[in-house]
Design a protein around this ligand. Structure first.
Ligand SMILES: CC(C)(COP(=O)(O)OP(=O)(O)OC[C@H]1O[C@@H](n2cnc3c(N)ncnc32)[C@H](O)[C@@H]1OP(=O)(O)O)[C@@H](O)C(=O)NCCC(=O)NCCS
Length: 431
C-alpha cells in the first residue's frame, strides 16, 4: 500500500506521496510543495536529508556499512573483479560478457593516446602546477579535440556515448601521467597497447628511456583495487557537481571536469593527501598519535581520513583497503612508519567515547595514501588517482541525467537573509 506524508502549515494540511527505493529506503516526494503551499520551500543546508535525484547506479546503507555498485557488493567486486570490468558495470549497468569486455577494453586501448597538439598545453603550466588543476582543464579541453562528441545537445552526445566515455575513461589516466612526467621534467611516455589499463598507467608514469617499468602483479592488483574502490559513491560532492553541470545540457567532458574540481577539496578527494600530511607531522613530532587525538577532540585539529557524511558504522571500502594495504606492503617487503601510526590512531580512536559518540570511523582515505606511497605515487598525485577511479561513476551519472527526457536543470532555492530593499546612494554621499 502506498504511503503518504502530511505537513500542517498554519491551518492547511498538505499531502505528499512517499516514494520507495528498490532497497526499501523512503523519501517524501516534495516536488509540489512550493506550488501547493504558496511559496514555501524546504531548507536543508548541506543536503543531508535531500534526495536530489533517482539513480540506478550505486546503493549505500551508511548505517549498515553497505556499498553496492549496480547491486553487486563492493567486497565481491574487490575480490573478483578488475577496475576495467567494474567500470563497465558502473557505466553500463551489467557485468560484461566476454565479447563485451573485449570490445570495451579495445576501445580503451584505442583511446589511450592524446592529441599531439594537446601535449603543448601542458608546457604552459609552471613546473609546480597542481596536477588536479591540469587534469580538470585537460579533461574539459578534450571537448575541443572531438567536438562532434561534445555538442552540448544531450540527444546527439548520447549517440556517441560509447566513444566519448571511452575517451574520458582512457585519457584521464594518460593526462594524469603526462602531467606528472612534465612536472618532473621527464620525457612523456606513450601508451603501450599491449598493457592492461593499470599496468599501462604505471608504465606511462614510471618508465624511463632505456628502463621500462613493469608493474609486478601485486602492484597492478593494488592499483586495480584502489581505482575499483573509488569507482562510484552515489551523490557525493563531485558526483552531484557532475549531475548539476550535466543538467544544464553540458557535455560529458565539461561535466566530469567540474567533478574533478569538486573532488580537489580536502574534505572530499583531497583528504587522502591531508591524511599523509597529518601522519607525517605526527611522526615528525615524535607523537604516538595520542596528542593528535586530544587536539582533534578539543576541536583544534581534524582527524583526516575519519568520519563520513553517510557511513555511521564503518566504511566498507576502508576495511578492504586496510587489508589490501597490509598485503601490498608484505608482498613488497616494505615497512612504513606511517602505517604503524595509522594503526595506532585507528585503534585509539575506535576506543574513545568522542569518536564512538560521533560515529567517526576510518574512511577509505585513511589507508589509500599509504598504499599509493608503497606503489611510488607522489603525494600531489593522490587525489588524481581518486579522480581516475571515480571517472566511471561520473560517466554513469552524466548518462542518467542526459538520458532522462524529463530531466530539468538543477536549480536549488535559498532563504535570503540579506538586506531588504534600500535606495541607491551616490558615492559622494556615502559615509
Ligand atoms: C567527512 C566529513 C566532511 C563529514 O562531515 P559532516 O558529515 O559534515 O560531519 P560534521 O562535520 O557535522 O561532524 C559531526 C561531529 O563530528 C566531529 N568530526 C567530524 N569529523 C571529524 C574528524 N575527522 N575529526 C574529529 N572530529 C570530527 C565534528 O567536529 C562534529 O562534532 P560536534 O558534533 O561536537 O560539533 C568530516 O567527517 C571530515 O571532515 N572528515 C575528515 C576529512 C575526510 O576524511 N574526508 C573524506 C571523506 S571520504
Amino acid at each position: 500500500m502506498s504511503e503518504n506524508a502530511s505537513i500542517k502549515l498554519n491551518d492547511r494540511n498538505l499531502e505528499f506521496p512517499v516514494i520507495v527505493g528498490s532497497e526499501g529506503e523512503k523519501a517524501i516526494d516534495l516536488r509540489t510543495l512550493r506550488s501547493d503551499s504558496g511559496g514555501c520551500i524546504t531548507f536543508d543546508e548541506g543536503y543531508g536529508n535531500t534526495g536530489s535525484c533517482v539513480s540506478n547506479v550505486t546503493f549505500i546503507d551508511g548505517d549498515a556499512g553497505i556499498l553496492r555498485y549496480r547491486g553487486y557488493p563492493i567486497e565481491q567486486l574487490a575480490q573478483h573483479s578488475s577496475f576495467v570490468e567494474t567500470a563497465y558495470l558502473v557505466i553500463h549497468g551489467e557485468l560484461p560478457t566476454v565479447e563485451q569486455y573485449a570490445a570495451f577494453s579495445a576501445r580503451l586501448r584505442e583511446q589511450a593516446g592524446i592529441h599531439e597538439r594537446m601535449l603543448h598545453l601542458f608546457e604552459g603550466y609552471p613546473r609546480d602546477a597542481h596536477p588536479m588543476a591540469i587534469l580538470s582543464a585537460m579533461v574539459n579541453s578534450l571537448a575541443c579535440y572531438d567536438p562532434h562528441l561534445a555538442t552540448n545537445d544531450h540527444n546527439r552526445d548520447l549517440e556517441n556515448f560509447e566513444e566519448a566515455s571511452a575517451i574520458a575513461l582512457s585519457k584521464v589516466r594518460t593526462i594524469a601521467a603526462v602531467a606528472y612526467r612534465m612536472s618532473r621534467g621527464l620525457p612523456v611516455n606513450y601508451s603501450n597497447k599491449d598493457l592492461k589499463y593499470c599496468e599501462n598507467f604505471l608504465h606511462m608514469m614510471f618508465s624511463d628511456p632505456f628502463s621500462p617499468y613493469t608493474a609486478s602483479p601485486e602492484v597492478a592488483r593494488a592499483m586495480n583495487l584502489i581505482l575499483l574502490l573509488h569507482a562510484d559513491h552515489e551523490q557525493n560532492c563531485s558526483t552531484s557537481t557532475v549531475r548539476m553541470v550535466a543538467s544544464s545540457g553540458a557535455n560529458l567532458f565539461a561535466s566530469t571536469s567540474a567533478g574533478i574540481s569538486a573532488l580537489w577539496g580536502p574534505l572530499h578527494g583531497g583528504a587522502n593527501v591531508a591524511v599523509i600530511g597529518m601522519l607525517r607531522s605526527i611522526h615528525e613530532q615524535g607523537d604516538d598519535g595520542s596528542r593528535f587525538i586530544e587536539a582533534a577532540k578539543s576541536g583544534k585539529a581534524r582527524l583526516m581520513g575519519f568520519g563520513h557524511r553517510v557511513y555511521k558504522n564503518f566504511d566498507p571500502r576502508a576495511k578492504i583497503i586496510a587489508q589490501g594495504c597490509e598485503e601490498l606492503l608484505d608482498s613488497l617487503g616494505l615497512t612504513d612508519p606511517l602505517l604503524d601510526i595509522a594503526r595506532r590512531l585507528a585503534e585509539a580512536a575506535l576506543d574513545d567515547p568522542y569518536f564512538l559518540e560521533r560515529k567517526l570511523y576510518p574512511n577509505v582515505d585513511f589507508y589509500s595514501g599509504i598504499m599509493m606511497r608503497a606503489i611510488g605515487i607522489p603525494l600531489n598525485m593522490f587525489t588524481v588517482m581518486f579522480a581516475i577511479g571515480r571517472m566511471p561513476g561520473w560517466i554513469a551519472n552524466w548518462h542518467e541525467v542526459a538520458a532522462d527526457q524529463n530531466s530539468r536543470i538543477y536549480r536549488p532555492r535559498q532563504i535570503y537573509q540579506g538586506p531588504v530593499k534600500r535606495e541607491y546612494v551616490s558615492i559622494k554621499e556615502r559615509t
